[in-house]
Write a protein that binds this ligand. Structure first.
Ligand code: GRF
Length: 206
């Protein structure tokens, strides 16, 4: 079983997509948050998944909060840490502790537009394609080895909100599939590249 801890900060629709996918060999041990009011926490609790939140305001410094979150996550001894809309930058200690076992979903076609406001930036640059990326997390923000990407067209009438909605539908497909591939042991990291032996197997059959 791949014991998994999911970190969220808000509505948690990607977390819901992963839970609802009922992925073989995946056990969701907990959904954790830096936001006690995150709507996704209540949803997860309603599914019978253990939840917990740490409020950064309860800590004297960002370092103290980060250390507490690291200990909370480590207490579950997870095989996989899944960032599903977790809006904090993980400190280097976290990234090294859970190296090659932390996965993030980011709403752009990386390496374009790391960081925030990805959809508005894609519109401002006149991109004709936008999308999302699932990647392993390293200490460098949104730069880890890419597991999967999905693209959508950008329409002339798009706003950041309409584009976000179109991309989100793809996120909900892409993330559960990437997690399933991780849990099935299909992914191996070679430098910056991720080799997915499920896909390689399909290609060989073509
Ligand atoms: C998603 O767009 C995800 O790519 C980004 O934050 C958003 C979270 O949405 N990292 P949700 O909380 O999963 O609904």
């Amino acid at each position: 079983m791949t014991k998994t801890v999911i970190l969220i900060s808000g509505r948690g629709s990607n977390m819901q997509a992963v839970v609802q996918a009922k992925i073989p060999n995946l056990h969701i041990a907990a959904v954790l948050s830096d936001n006690p009011q995150a709507p996704g926490l209540a949803w997860a609790a309603g599914q019978g998944i253990p939840t917990a939140a740490l409020n950064p305001k309860d800590y004297p410094s960002r370092t103290a909060f980060n250390q507490a979150m690291l200990e909370l996550v480590a207490g579950h001894a997870p095989d996989l840490v899944l960032l599903a809309g977790y809006m904090r930058i993980l400190p280097p200690e976290f990234c090294s502790r859970f190296a090659n076992q932390t996965i993030n979903i980011h709403p752009s076609l990386l390496p374009a537009f790391p960081g925030l406001h990805t959809h508005q930036r894609a519109l401002d640059e006149g991109c004709r394609l936008a999308g999302c990326t699932v990647h392993f997390v390293t200490a460098e923000l949104d730069c880890g080895p890419i597991i999967a990407q999905g693209a959508v067209p950008v329409y002339d009438s798009d706003t950041a909100d309409t584009l976000a909605e179109r991309v989100l539908k793809v996120e909900h497909q892409l993330l559960p599939q990437a997690v399933a591939d991780f849990a099935a042991g299909h992914l191996s990291i070679q430098g910056k590249r991720v080799i997915n032996c499920r896909i390689a197997g399909e290609a060989e059959q073509d």
